[in-house]
Design a protein around this ligand. Structure first.
Ligand code: NAD
Ligand code: UDP
Length: 315
């Protein structure tokens, strides 16, 4: 059997670069396609020179040309942190809509399987708890976050349309807050922000009163979930996340304790439409992928801490 080839869009980003590593390890030839909008060549520098790895700098909102056969497309290109997508609303809408269309067109052309990186944000500010895949969400389409949420909702609709109309093999993963190495210190997300602030002895900026909740998953667990979903027959969306839920205020305190910092906590204005609660129901992933997270938050954060220490030291 010939070696399988995977195209990973957004492959120079945080999650994409970890997926490049995993699929190479599994024996795939990997094409990493990225326009480096929020990603970095540094994330894939260790793969340059590997004969099974190829980097193509390309904006996937334009026609995507790939020579030769493709077995799988992992479509991960998109600004992903709230700060990024609020700064780049049009690029975010374009990559979720036009980019997804181009990537699906390529999947159809190559008869390749297509896996979409969707998000817990499709549930918006959810009115059910925990969130199950059959919840349709509570999104403000014209709100600031709508550019991301609606782009991903459109992307899911487009994937299902290609599946139903063209018979394309599609998979949809709804990813919940993930953390680990290769996150940018300044991407604006709570975890790298708190790590940076705590390690520098600066105040941690908690938005609102910090009573909003999130559920954080270590990156290796996400990669395993994506790997299993890409191998499975399951077409409908699957939540991949760690159900361990925590308020943002408690989380800030946990990071202060973990880093041994004497930083204080200050409160700043809550961004508009910031979801109040978020916790994945992962029964579907357990049932169809036999997947559940293996890192509890303490364990994952301790591993991630080593990365953030280095990053802060070198910044
Ligand atoms: P990231 O910003 O590190 O990676 C995104 C990558 O996409 C970057 O390398 C960026 O340069 C690239 N990109 C953006 N627009 C592009 C375009 N038009 N053409 C080519 N490349 C483009 O973010 P991430 O956290 O690694 O997220 C990756 C994917 O996972 C995103 O689709 C995001 O929506 C999804 N996701 C992530 C999380 C999370 O917690 N990290 C949660 C839910 C969903
Ligand atoms: N947040 C915070 N301080 C920060 C950055 C974020 O209190 O410096 C809050 C944010 O308002 C949200 C939560 O932390 O309620 C998680 O934010 P993040 O940007 O990590 O991801 P989100 O889940 O909102 O996409």
């Amino acid at each position: 059997m010939s070696t399988k080839r995977v195209l990973i869009t957004g492959g120079a980003g945080f999650l994409g670069s970890h997926l490049c590593d995993r699929y190479l390890k599994e024996g795939y030839k990997v094409i990493c396609m990225d326009n480096l909008l929020t990603g970095s060549a540094e994330n894939i520098a260790h793969l340059m020179g590997n004969e099974d790895f190829e980097f193509v700098k390309h904006d996937v909102t334009n026609f995507i040309h790939v020579k030769g056969d493709l077995d799988l497309i992992l479509h991960f290109a998109s600004p992903a942190s709230p700060v990024d997508y609020l700064e780049m609303p049009i690029q975010t809408l374009k990559v979720g809509s036009l980019g997804t269309h181009k990537a699906l067109g390529l999947a159809k052309e190559k008869d390749a399987r297509f896996l979409l990186a969707s998000t817990s944000e499709v549930y918006g500010d959810p009115l059910t708890h925990p969130q199950k895949e059959d919840y349709w969400g509570n999104v403000n389409p014209i709100g600031h976050r709508g550019v991301y949420d609606e782009a991903k909702r459109f992307a899911e609709a487009m994937a299902m349309a290609y599946h139903r109309y063209h018979g394309t093999e599609t998979r949809i993963v709804r990813i919940f807050n993930t953390y680990g190495s290769r996150m940018r210190l300044h991407d604006g997300r709570a975890l790298p922000t708190f790590m940076r602030q705590a390690l520098r002895g600066n105040p941690l900026t908690v938005y609102g009163d910090g009573s909003q909740t999130r559920s954080f998953m270590y990156v290796d667990d996400l990669v395993e979930g994506v790997w299993r979903l890409s191998k499975s027959d399951y077409v409908e969306p699957v939540n991949i996340g760690n159900p361990e839920e925590i308020t943002i205020l408690e989380f800030a305190k946990e990071i202060i304790e973990l880093t041994g910092s004497d930083s204080e906590i200050i409160f700043e204005e809550l961004p508009k439409d910031d979801p109040q609660i978020r916790q994945p129901d992962i029964s579907k992933a357990k049932e169809v992928l036999d997947w559940e997270p293996t890192y509890d938050r303490r364990e994952g954060l301790s591993v991630a801490l080593e990365y953030f220490k280095q990053k802060v030291l070198n910044s």
